[in-house]
Design a protein around this ligand. Structure first.
Ligand code: ATP
Length: 198
């Protein structure tokens, strides 16, 4: 099987995530897409993040009508901070006969040299699917110099440039701006009912 691995903070999961995940699923001919919720993301330490139970509730709501995507507990079930090189190693051990493709936004790809043990991470991935973002700044020659062998693993996914981010949605909620159509109805309803992000 060819398995896509889509990691994120999902605070909250938004339509950008759904559109990108489905494009990756189709273009990379995936059999399954694992949605990996990171409880304590190492690169977001010092930033305020919503409690993991709340992000899990919203992620489950986002995935409830999408049988092609499956929520994985691989990071939920171990203490933080959860490093992605460990996640990929565990997933490989759990799926020794499968091909694992890690999905990443262009902004995160640019930051890859600063991740913990990036060479180990690259080695664990059969391929890395890159979804470009409007404001990303991907410089492939520079990245290859930092992380030799990276570029031959990259698969670019042709996605519409979506000006949607979780931080922008949180800010809109706090400012009383409309935010409904950035989200799946199931996610929107929970956020309204429970007054999340206010
Ligand atoms: P925040 O605004 O809080 O940083 P986010 O919207 O980037 O959050 P994450 O949960 O951090 O959401 O995203 C998970 C993955 O999806 C990351 O690799 C991120 O780069 C990617 N991603 C999210 N939104 C987009 C988008 N609009 N276009 C391309 N990639 C995206």
């Amino acid at each position: 099987m060819r398995i896509g691995v889509f990691g994120g903070t999902f605070d909250p999961p938004h339509l950008g995530h759904m559109i990108l995940a489905m494009e990756a699923y189709a273009q990379l001919h995936l059999d399954k897409l694992l949605w990996i919720l990171t409880p304590d993301p190492p690169h977001k330490r010092g930033q305020e993040i919503s409690p993991v139970d709340m992000r899990l509730e919203l992620s489950l709501a986002a995935l409830q009508n999408e049988p092609l995507f499956e929520l994985s507990r691989v990071e939920l079930d171990r203490p933080g901070p959860q490093y992605v090189s460990d996640t990929m190693r565990i997933l490989r051990e759990q799926n020794p006969d499968d091909e694992l493709i890690y999905l990443i936004g262009g902004d995160s790809l640019h930051d890859l040299p600063n991740w913990d043990r990036p060479m180990e991470f690259i080695k664990e991935c059969h391929a890395i699917g890159v979804m470009r973002r409007p404001d990303d700044d991907v410089n492939l020659p520079w990245l290859e110099k930092q992380l030799p062998g990276l570029t031959k693993k990259l698969r670019f996914i042709d996605v519409p440039l979506l000006e949607i981010s979780a931080s922008q949605i949180r800010q809109r909620i706090q400012e009383g701006m409309p935010f409904r159509y950035y989200l799946l109805p199931e996610v929107y309803e929970i956020i309204c009912k429970k007054h999340y992000y206010l």
